[in-house]
Design a protein around this ligand. Structure first.
Ligand code: UDP
Length: 468
């Protein structure tokens, strides 16, 4: 019998950070059943019910442990979500180290795999005589930016959004400074300095696993591979696309979708916590109505901050009461609104779904590509503007509506973009391109596909390190 190789994976707090690293672990274990994964989970407040439910169906060689939760009172209330996540990790380091020590006392650990917010745990790797790996559940473009960022910080003075010339990252399409991630948009903020520090530390890990595949991001991937060969960045393993496998649900929206004509519905969702202002909700509602296309909209209560519903910080108010008066009644033949959460994977896989209006979270992007669904890109925060740029200007599998000077996307523009994506010649070209990309995504995870080979390389590295 083959000996078991042990690894530990560490997500950052929150359901949407847990899922990617567990999905990676599930696929890895499926391909390499002679491994055992322990997932050590830091939490802020009590663990979310969604996370507990999700962890119930893990295979026997993935074991999960919730660390003692960090009290919400220990974290300042008025800081942005990323900082809350970061502080939860920092405060969890002593208990994380205890768990890791307890694991290594039973069997050698080949690697610690952390998500980017949990990078501090990788500082323990050397002392515990194990490899340090990062699981980067976003794009290779974002990784390329992150690795290049310390250099950019030295080269550029002033705010990136004020640069006249676009920013040229290795192998990437030129990006406008305003499309860079939110935390780097204010250079005088402490968040900025933390971001530079995190980026520097990323350069010293033993390897980076990226949830992407070549056909999606040819340029940045080639540059990252060259960087690894020349010692400019750590080795990069393209293990993607990894997406959740959803079960068919019997929910109201699936029953409604069943009754719609094939290829007719626009699915509208802003990820697990994205929020719009009241003004923007009104414009979106009227825009959907004016487009006269079928829609399925996951509605959240309004907020003036774009990520208000992350880390359980949402209100308990019924989101549907924030829709314009009479909207639900007027559109009852045209669309369906669902409060807060919908089964996204089966929706995107359904033959009635024609297009996806998305906030461009990387999981949503990959899920859409995996199902060959073209996108209306509506980035809200984090690296989502970069994803949107890649989808609209690089791969040309989506279109982005224009916002007015106040940052509001108006109803006419929304209706126009919906029609542009859902009817006419251009929409067919976009569909053809996204279907080609879907075929490449499907091939990547086949037996001899690029993702499967990358997983085998990683397994070999980890086994060789632990001498198995
Ligand atoms: N999701 C879902 N139903 C919803 C909203 C989101 O199932 O109503 C899932 C979606 O399928 C994806 C994840 O939540 O897997 C969202 O991840 P993404 O990276 O797109 O965005 P984030 O939530 O991190 O902003």
């Amino acid at each position: 019998m083959e000996k078991t190789t042990h690894i530990a994976v560490v997500p950052s707090p929150g359901f949407s950070h847990l899922v990617p690293i567990i999905e990676f672990s599930k696929r890895f274990i499926h391909l390499h059943p002679d491994f055992h994964v322990t997932c050590i989970i830091p939490t802020l407040g009590s663990p979310p019910t969604s996370s507990k439910a999700y962890l119930q169906s893990l295979p026997s060689n993935i074991h999960s442990i919730f660390l003692p939760p960090i009290s919400e009172d220990a974290i300042p209330k008025d800081i942005y979500v990323g900082k809350k996540i970061q502080l939860t990790i920092t405060n969890s380091l002593p208990s994380l180290l205890d768990e890791l020590k307890s694991l290594t006392s039973k069997a050698p650990l080949a690697a610690i795999v952390a998500d980017p917010f949990a990078f501090e745990v990788l500082d323990f790797a050397k002392d515990l005589k194990t490899l340090s790996f990062m699981y980067f559940s976003v794009s290779a473009l974002a990784l390329s930016f992150f690795l290049h960022f310390p250099k950019l910080d030295q080269q550029v003075s002033g705010e990136y959004r004020d640069l006249k010339e676009p920013i040229q990252l290795p192998g990437c399409i030129p990006l406008h400074g305003s499309d860079l991630p939110n935390p780097v948009q204010d250079r005088s903020s402490p968040v900025y300095k933390e971001y530079v520090d995190r980026a520097r530390r990323l350069g010293s890990v033993d390897g980076i696993l990226v949830n992407s595949f070549r056909e999606m991001e040819e340029g940045p991937i080639r540059a990252l591979e060259e960087g690894a060969r020349s010692g400019g960045n750590p080795p990069v393993h393209l293990v993607g696309p990894i997406t959740q496998t959803g079960s068919n649900s019997e929910s109201e929206c699936m029953i409604w979708l069943e009754k719609q004509p094939p290829n007719s519905v626009l699915y509208v969702s802003f990820g697990s916590g994205g929020t719009l202002s009241q003004h923007q909700i009104n414009e979106l509602a009227f825009g959907l109505e004016m487009s006269e296309k079928k829609f399925l909209w996951v509605v959240r209560a309004p907020s003036n901050s774009t990520g208000a519903a992350y880390l359980g910080s949402s209100t308990n108010e019924d989101p549907l009461k924030f829709l314009p008066e009479g909207f639900i009644e007027r559109t009852k033949e045209q669309g369906l609104v669902i409060p807060s959460w919908a089964p996204q994977i089966p929706i995107l896989g359904h033959s009635s779904t024609a297009a996806f209006l998305t906030h461009c979270g990387w999981n949503s992007v990959l899920e859409s590509i995996h199902n060959g669904v073209p996108m209306i890109t509506w980035p809200l925060f984090a690296e989502q503007r970069m994803n949107s740029f890649m989808l609209t200007n690089g791969l040309r599998v989506g279109v982005r509506p224009k916002a007015n000077d106040d940052g509001i996307v108006e109803r006419d523009e929304i209706a126009k973009v919906i029609r542009r994506l859902m009817e006419g010649e251009e929409s067919e070209e976009i569909r053809r391109r996204v279907e080609n990309l879907r075929d490449s995504a499907v091939n990547a995870v086949k037996d001899h596909g690029s993702s499967t080979k990358a997983m085998a390389e990683v397994a070999h590295k980890w086994k060789s390190f632990s001498g198995i």
